[in-house]
Design a protein around this ligand. Structure first.
Ligand SMILES: Nc1ncnc2c1ncn2[C@@H]1O[C@H](COP(=O)(O)OP(=O)(O)O)[C@@H](O)[C@H]1O
Ligand SMILES: [Mg+2]
Length: 347
């Protein structure tokens, strides 16, 4: 297996459009790395540069220790699964999976072994003689994955492979991809805009925004120690509450609220962040809000209220019954408060 290392990679499509700026990170051999960020942040561009489908403007890309900037896609030992699946409509499932091996002149018996095995792994053995149009979206997705698996590549690349599927199927395929990775163990780069996919699949997450790498860390470190306010609000659901204010004798004071911070805190704190899950509803909590509306999802309940002009969301147990207009009180553990300076960087 191979690692994938990006060293100060930049992609400029035109003098005006820099899609990826000076991005560096390393996916260790066998790791599952998820590239996540909002639409247009440069995820696909990054993946396509790794695949060799897009020229690298500046920087160095190596796979397994070999510099591959100028190596053709077919010689990089990678396999890519696209959002669109890109199956050949006139070929059977079997031939779709075999095609890439045939053009590499692999013996038919070896091709057959690989196709049968991949089909078994993916649960599509009984569809091998069908054409793609006779398959459901989830089955087509499996064929696209099968086509990558039979290549037995050093590196798997996925670009939003689940975004054309409905919510339930997406969940199911997500679990299958995690299982598949555990079984095959190949180095993987996986692009998604879905932070839940990122959190559940990744060994390590690369968060991108406007072509800049914001943070590269394990899912739990991204969640617990976000590097800046963008990462803090992008990862986690509902989003972390952000509150502007200023320090006044050891308290952070803003419009409609005041919180106590751990005593050792100092520095240029311009904004604090509190996750909805970190707000504990208590009868005598120092933080007071008047309920605006309530979302009861069954497994949890979200209470919305305002502090000044800022909308706040708190997650409370489903047993709590409150309604619009009620006064609610919260306690927040000072250690669960995230601190940001005036540039939005975490302190
Ligand atoms: N072939 C291209 N020519 C010019 N600009 C492009 C091209 N492909 C993508 N872009 C621009 O590069 C930026 C990043 O695009 P992309 O990597 O597709 O983002 P993502 O996959 O994160 O949604 C966007 O601003 C997009 O408009
Ligand atoms: Mg994309």
């Amino acid at each position: 297996m191979s690692n994938v290392a990006l060293k100060q990679i930049t992609k400029r499509y035109t003098p005006e459009v820099t899609a990826v700026r000076n991005v560096s990170f390393e996916v260790k051999s066998g790791e599952f790395c998820v590239l996540v960020g909002p639409s247009g942040c440069g995820k696909s561009t990054t993946l396509r540069m790794v695949a060799g489908l897009e020229e690298i403007t500046e920087g160095e890309l190596s796979i397994g220790g070999r510099l591959v900037n100028d190596v053709a896609p077919r010689d990089r030992d990678i396999a890519m699964v696209f959002q669109s699946y890109a199956l050949y409509p006139h070929m059977t499932v079997y031939e779709n999976m075999a095609f890439g091996l045939r053009i590499r002149k692999m013996p038919s018996s070896e091709i057959d072994t690989r196709v049968q095995e991949a089909a078994k792994t993916l649960g599509i053995s009984e569809y091998l003689q069908r054409k793609p149009k006779a398959l459901s979206g989830g089955q087509r997705q499996r064929v696209a994955m099968g086509r990558a698996i039979v290549r037995n590549p050093q590196v798997f690349l996925f670009d939003e492979p689940l975004s054309n599927l409905d919510a339930q199927l997406r969940l199911q395929m997500r679990i299958e991809i995690a299982r598949l990775h555990r079984r095959i163990g190949a180095t993987t780069l996986y692009v998604t805009h879905d932070q839940v996919e990122a959190m559940t699949l990744a060994d390590r997450i690369a968060v991108l925004k406007d072509g800049d790498l914001q943070q590269y860390d394990t899912p739990l470190d991204i969640y617990r120690k976000p590097a800046n306010r963008f990462v803090a609000t992008f990862i986690g659901s509902p989003s972390m509450n952000l509150l502007k204010g200023e320090m006044q004798n050891g308290h952070f004071v803003g419009e409609g609220f005041q919180v106590t911070l751990p005593s050792h805190i100092s520095g240029d704190i311009a904004e604090i962040g509190i996750r909805p899950q970190a707000m504990q509803m208590t009868d005598d909590g120092p933080l007071i809000g008047q309920v605006d509306f309530v979302e009861a999802l069954g497994s949890e309940t979200f209470v919305h209220f305002m502090w000044g002009d800022t909308g706040i969301i708190a997650q409370v147990p489903p047993s709590v019954t409150v309604g619009a207009g009620d006064t609610v009180r919260f306690h927040v553990d000072p250690d669960a408060i995230h601190l940001f300076d005036s540039k939005g960087l975490a302190l």
